[in-house]
Design a protein around this ligand. Sequence first.
Ligand code: ADP
Ligand code: MG
Length: 379
Amino acid sequence: MPEEIFIEKFKEIFAHYPRYFIRAPGRVNLIGEHTDYNEGFVLPIAIERGISYLVSPRDDDRVCLFSFNFSEYDEFSLSDIQRSKKGWSNYVRGVAKFLVEKTGGLRGLNALIYGDLPIGAGLSSSAAMEVGAALSFQAVNAFQIDKKELGLICQRAENEFVGMRCGIMDQFASLLSEEGMALFLDCRTLETKNIPLPRGHLIAICDSKVRRELVSSEYNKRRQECETAAKILVVKSLRDATPEMLDREKLGETVYKRAKHVVEENLRVLQAIEALQKGNVALFGELMKASHISLRDLYEVSCRELDILVDIALSVQGVLGARLTGAGFGGCTVNLLKEDSRNTFEQTIKKNYKEATGFETEIWFTHPAQGGFIISLGK
Ligand code: ADP
Ligand code: MG
């Protein structure tokens, strides 16, 4: 439920009471890294941090927005949606544009947008913005669009309107996740399945505070190497390759290593799901560790700081698994630990990481959270 200060802020800006509260969470990927663009498998969770919208319907086709975090107002008409210089507004505009296309017309809304997700840390505040926008329009227009289609519209907003090439994982995780469960997603068929995470465990996200410039160029290079591998192996994408098919000589050393990571990582996701279904959290943790080693040695997207974070984490009693999450070259690690190890984990990571790198890490603890939802405030 929304806190009173945000309701007050909404009333101050729009001079009436909000009708809906919308919450869209961020996400972190537990396992299945660099598999999405190979039409493979991923296993994210929604996290307890996210973006909230307080919303009321309008009688015209205007969309009036106030961003609490940026302290900025923006307004546009649904009959003429252009890109804005205010970057944050484009996530809403993009979603609005493709929703108007889909539905044939929408009524406008007033919204106060506020979030507790770190921006640009790789926890997908952008997808949470889009999902929050989509649910806001749904709340005031009551259109019938299923969650997957809504997620695809959000992705399209980011790809085509904002101009950021991203997969479907973030939007699906923010929309389709269930509390206490991870979300299995097949990036080829878009089939999803919610899988419970055994109780008594926590997910910790540690920010290395390192952001390397080369992320996007190296990312594109990896994508290309995967395409090359698929071509040589005569498969549509690496999703279709098996370990037996990986011929070192035919592929060449670098492409071989990339392909081996992707093929094995897909298998690890399937094993991870099986482990969860059997309540075998220890095995799940081992698979996370193996994923990190593969990302470090085969895919070569780790860096010194991420390796240090993982090593420190694994030295703490009660930590079952740790690995880099996201594209790599900095960003965050994701860790699976026993709930009662939380304090030791926090103290050890903060102290040892600072000593080893000079950086202050930031840590967010979370259980798998509920995907995006709408609450009617009844006024
Ligand atoms: P991330 O890894 O967090 O998704 P991106 O660069 O993809 O990073 O998206 C961040 C952008 O999303 C911000 O620059 C801003 O435009 C928008 N954004 C994120 N959080 C908020 C917020 N609370 N309010 C308004 N806009 C936000
Ligand atoms: Mg993003």
